[in-house]
Design a binder for this molecule. Structure first.
Ligand code: ADP
Length: 542
């Protein structure tokens, strides 16, 4: 066979040549207006940017950061950076400033592409980011903010005089294409490097019919942000088959998404449950339907039963549950019924569809006990979920090996069962994290912040159900003897110590917090103790 090293730029080249008239539609972040162009236009502009980056002396292996919503310019940046062998580092703007500072410095990014709304944040941080030599604002001169950032240029100005021809260089397919940091249970985020090869294989895998299976007949609303978990692979999978691509910019509320779903006649979309909660609330308030939408993919957190049933019964849209991780590019499993299950009654089918699903071809998966022994696939045994495969992280960026067991399995930090038909179901999380609207909150960091208060003897944080965000933190506090500290005093105390959206939804005072034999807080017992507790917002909705 021929030795043709894989380059992700081939996906856009292919789309431009064979689906050149197909549209990419963006809700612009500057003014909310709709921008339309085609894959052919996109490739031309991507090549202009590739030339501009080369002039800025970008070399193979350089890290170039983006801090941006899903837009056509961000899409072009992905391809122009990776296509020439540099590494596109997607920075999550929802992280708090110290984390952003850490990851940009850790990656040693040399250029930062950013949406105009993030300019003030970067002005605050710029002196602490010595590696960044150029700031490129993803806008035109008309919308360019005045800024104190050095060496800053509007994207359109940067590319305007560049030629739209560019020969993608040849490099080994194991060359890194992109970098995404994921929050650890404590301390600093960790980087996951994707390669051209891993992204190629992952994109082929998710385009199988029984996985996501995009087609040229699809219009895809890509809600999952491009700064999240490799954008679930959609930025490559869509052009590979020529699906029409709809990019929602920064407006992710129910009404804005509904408008795009309806006006662009979207057939497929993908997002975390919180997005679907907001859309369903909007649909029911406004008495609207979804005549074009066929399938929605839900992942990032477990899909709630009410989301599946509501889409099924009120809108005739099929919800497909998926599970994955930033470390897995990210798709690991997908939940579709096997043919014989179509005979089951509806509730039994939904029970299965709420599981995280069966592995995508290319991902090996097993559950093990604490000694690493594989547990039976009987739907009952509960164990640590391990995975391996060609699009699963080997080690974190600039970190020693993270592999466990026989050296090749990756420990997901999820606790799961696997049933006789291969369906995996997550039952718990070994990592001490809370997932709120698709974003991580570190329980440990929040606990440490609370423990800094002089009247707090011990603090523990657990996640509790929230009707909009799925999970929110509850802070459990054991005060020191004779303490007079109140909940409002503690809230005030935490306000400047953690990001606003990390603040707990409630604070419960207790006489004692259960500890394990080794003196650590026993989250298992604490969760048991607060089993029937409901957060204020959950009480209102129930
Ligand atoms: P993503 O954005 O794809 O969810 P992250 O790396 O942020 O990637 O988070 C991965 C973790 O999120 C998983 O290890 C798991 O704990 C949780 N998760 C992802 N998908 C699901 C799901 N469908 N059900 C339950 N938990 C999930």
């Amino acid at each position: 066979m021929q030795d043709e090293p894989l380059n992700l730029a081939f996906a856009l080249e292919h789309a431009a040549r064979f689906h050149g008239h197909v549209e990419i539609v963006t809700r612009q972040v500057d003014d909310g207006k709709i921008h339309r162009y085609t894959y052919a236009d996109s490739l031309r502009r991507t090549k202009k940017l590739a030339n501009a980056l080369r002039k800025l002396d970008v070399q193979v292996g350089d890290r170039i950061a983006t801090m941006a919503w899903n837009t056509f310019r961000h899409f072009e940046a992905w391809y122009a950076i990776a296509g020439q062998g540099a590494i596109c580092h997607t920075v999550n703007p929802r992280l708090f400033e110290q984390q952003i500072e850490f990851i940009i410095n850790h990656a040693e990014d040399s250029i930062l592409f950013l949406d105009a709304q993030f300019v003030p944040m970067l002005e605050q941080l710029q002196e602490k980011l010595p590696s960044i030599k150029h700031y490129i604002v993803l806008t035109d001169e008309a919308h360019m903010p005045t800024t104190t950032l050095p060496k800053t240029v509007a994207y359109e100005t940067l590319i305007q005089d560049e030629p739209d021809e560019f020969d993608w260089p040849t490099f080994p397919e194991e060359t890194p294409s992109s970098l995404c940091y994921t929050s650890g249970t404590t301390g600093n985020p960790k980087g996951v490097i994707y390669t051209h090869r891993s992204n190629f294989l992952h994109s082929y895998a998710i385009n199988c019919k029984d996985v996501i299976g995009l087609a040229a007949t699809d219009t895809v609303l890509k809600v999952v942000p491009m700064f999240h978990a490799n954008s679930w692979g959609f930025a490559y999978a869509c052009p590979m088959v020529g699906s029409k691509l709809v990019l929602p910019g920064s407006q992710l509320d129910g009404e804005s998404l509904y408008e795009l779903l309806d006006e662009e006649q979207v057939t497929i979309s993908a997002a975390v449950p919180t997005v679907w909660n907001m859309l369903l609330a909007h649909l029911s308030d406004s008495d609207r339907q979804l005549p074009y939408l066929q399938e929605v993919f839900v992942g990032g957190s477990a899909v709630p039963r009410r989301v599946v049933e509501s889409f099924d019964n009120e809108y005739e849209v099929t919800v497909v549950h998926a599970w994955g991780m930033t470390e897995m590019s990210p798709i690991g499993t997908i939940c579709r019924l096997k043919p014989f299950m179509k005979q089951f009654d509806y509730q039994r089918q939904v029970d299965i569809r709420l599981k995280q699903g069966t592995p995508v071809f290319g991902v090996a998966m097993k559950i093990v006990d604490d000694d690493g022994n594989e547990l039976p696939r009987d739907g009952l045994a509960v164990g640590r979920l391990l995975v391996k495969g060609p699009w699963i992280v080997k080690r974190y960026y600039k970190e020693p090996d993270n592999a466990v067991d026989d050296g090749s399995w990756f420990d997901t930090g999820d606790i799961a069962t696997i049933d006789e038909y291969g369906y995996m179901q997550i039952t718990d999380r070994a990592k001490d994290l809370i997932k709120s609207g698709g974003e991580w909150i570190s329980s440990v960091d929040l606990e440490n912040a609370a423990m800094g208060h002089p009247q707090v003897a011990l603090a523990a944080v657990i996640g509790k159900f929230h009707p909009k965000w799925e999970e929110r933190p509850l802070l459990v506090v054991k005060p020191i003897d004779n303490s007079t500290v109140s909940a409002s005093e503690l809230f005030d105390y935490l306000t400047d110590k953690v990001a606003k959206w990390w603040l707990p939804d409630d604070i419960a005072f207790v006489d004692d917090i259960p500890l394990t034999a080794t003196g650590k807080i026993s989250k298992v017992q604490l969760r048991e103790q607060f089993h029937d507790y409901e957060l204020p917002e959950a009480r209102v909705s129930s």
